[in-house]
Design a protein around this ligand. Sequence first.
Ligand SMILES: *Cc1c(COP(=O)(O)O)cnc(C)c1O
Length: 436
Amino acid sequence: MQNFELTQEFAANLDNNDSLKSFKDHFIIPPGKNNEPAIYLCGNSLGLQPKSAKSALESELEDWAQWGVEGHFHGKKPWFHYHKFLTKHAAAIAGGKEHEVVVMNHLTVNLHVLMFSFYRPTKKFNPETNSFEPQRYKIIMEAGAFPSDMYAVQSQVESQGFDYDDAVIELHPRQGEYTLRLEDILKAIDDAGDQLALSFFSGVQYYTGQLFNIPEITKAAHNVGAIAGFDLAHAAGNVPLNLHEWNVDFAAWCSYKYLNSGPGNVSGVFIHEKHGLNPETPRMAGWWGHKEDVRFLMKRGYVPEPGAAGWQMSNAPVFGMAVHLASLEIFEKAGGVPTLRKKSELLTAYLEFAIHEAMKHNSKLQFNIITPANASERGCQLSLLTDHNGKALFDYLMNHNVIGDWREPNVIRLAPVPLYNSFSDIYHLYELLVSF
Ligand SMILES: *Cc1c(COP(=O)(O)O)cnc(C)c1O
């Protein structure tokens, strides 16, 4: 552990040395109960509003007012090409090439769209029974995945005629442990062997905060001939990603958690160029993925745009995307996720230290941090598994202006976000914990 101290001066000193400290001013911090700004540790659930969001949205409303339908080709950012304004930024977040990413739809919708392309169970002929039998059809994922992911996977396997319990391998941590060991994941993938169609893990697990080893899992999946896909809802904007180099087949993420783009906003997807540039890759088609230069000829016969853009179905939801773009521009200004990550590791380590110290000083505080202690196995979030008074502690924090979130049955999630949280925020939380 670092040489941290829990004093106001020490925290203020860390803030003074923080090259990202001014980025807080790009965001609107909600007023807390006593009209002091809240200490917002909930960017894992809904990131804060960038101040630039409003004018970005207004600009599109103005173009609509000014141009009507002609706004598709006129105005400040013509809507016909709107997704392209985001591509560079989405590629930076994902660590992909520009033609490997596109912003479209919403996260769960995109999981379905991507599984349509990449969950392709195979059958083989068994001469003894004179029939086709399922061959490669299983999906492996972490147990306790975000419910939407479980439901999406369930409906996908069932739509192909399989039983969830047979087709889906859910990996549980070892007895007495809270997170999965990489060696166990790799072994389970290997054991599934040629029955495995798809490995589908989170990047950062929403409940435990564990960061999975994306490149190693991808390698293991490819080793047995399976596809490797990831849900990066809690990883995008939180940890550096290099999806192209890691050879990940596909991924999707939402824009409203660490990417600060507003409730229910659009999603991003990554499709590796080995699939995206292959016109044979099956996909759900719509007019917006049709080759751009002939899109408006309105002819029969679908011809996809090369790359991830060829997965678009509907025309761009410009209002949401305008806010997303405004937010992504802040990431660029800040030097990208790798720069944020340096502060993030320090901030989370300071939070971890504060929690351990507070427990030493207050016997009413009884919890286990279930997030891995190793910085390379987590993002910014820490998950506290609480004892009998966990909900009371959570309510106490909320009443004292600290916004975290509560996940049933007994976990408090706290996520200091490098763009808008400070070391003094953590110190303030420490003081509150000690006097609980
Ligand atoms: C937040 C989150 C979702 C939410 O999906 P939406 O379709 O945007 O509502 C899905 N999966 C995971 C892993 C998440 O963390």
